[in-house]
Design a binder for this molecule. Sequence first.
Ligand SMILES: *Cc1c(COP(=O)(O)O)cnc(C)c1O
Length: 379
Amino acid sequence: MEKIVNFIKKTFNTNDFIPLHEPRFIGNEKKYLNDCIDSTFVSSVGKYVDQFEKEFASKVGSKFAIATVNGTAALHISLILADVKKDDEVITQPLTFIATCNAISYIGAKPIFVDVDLDTMGLSPDSLKNFLEINCEIINNQCINKTTKKVIKACVPMHTFGHSCRIDEIRDICDKWNIALVEDAAESLGSYYNEKHTGTFGKVGAFSFNGNKIITSGGGGVIVTDDETLAKKAKHLTTTAKVPHPFEYVHDEIGFNYRMPNLNAALLVAQLEQLDKFVENKKELALKYDDFFKTIDDIDFINQPQNSSSNYWLQAVVLKDVKTRDEFLEFTNKNGMMTRPIWKLMNELEMFENCQSSDLKNAKYLEERVVNIPSSVIL
Ligand SMILES: *Cc1c(COP(=O)(O)O)cnc(C)c1O
């Protein structure tokens, strides 16, 4: 334990407390923010929102990007774009941040949990295929859950800590079963699967720019899609469904006030300029961690899965001996650095304990053993 703490202090070159993930503002952040304030356009309209949307779409290789107030809002709207309605069902993974399941619940839909793969920590195509073959049938071009008689409208895989799940296989299975693929790419900006950016495999994808993510706008999110009709609908729904008019207030459906303020977009334009540098820095840190943990018994560093390039947003290790986890957490947190266990499984939370699920043995294994270690970009 002592050896691990010393290695991390040496790597981050400090004796001060080392947080899990700190934002870095070392580019044009202040310049663009000042410009934004001077322009007086700090709120819901302004050039930085437009500029950010254009530059983000180009960065990830999607046709359209629609900025939102946070990642949860981006997911909520993405699910609406995928035609998820009240009483529908949505397949996702139990090993995720609560926002994935909150967004599904805002619509009045219900999550179904299928297992993850051990190497990617993301939704397992094998588990998905199995679940569908055993429990579902196609009736009138819809995927019907034989147990509940409800329609399974969408599937939301998540790229855990920036490591890509087997998204191409998942897409093929979803296509076969007429299920819309909505990617929760909140953690995976800068991550690629077979050289295609995560978040761009399905109908829609959602990203987050919360304070702890690889780049941040304080709070923020974005929806990406290649479908122009969906892009227009996303803009409309996130801007209170107001019919464009120079002065009249007419709204043609119940919309949301989910737009990203120009002030946040200004910060984000500067952050996006530095994304490649941040990813490179995190990859270097991952190499150092990997080398180091090879010398430690029973602790494995989690490397990027095959066929992918990871942003290594949060670095993680697996403590193979489950009994050592709490000791590891206590020792490191007491000795000047933040470490944190992976999330409690969603199906174990009170709100979701009655949801249908597949066998979740991989998710359970990881829940008990995975710990995040300091991951900030090193200056
Ligand atoms: C961060 C995150 C979100 C969105 O979070 P916001 O804080 O609303 O921006 C969604 N899903 C996952 C998996 C996340 O990590």
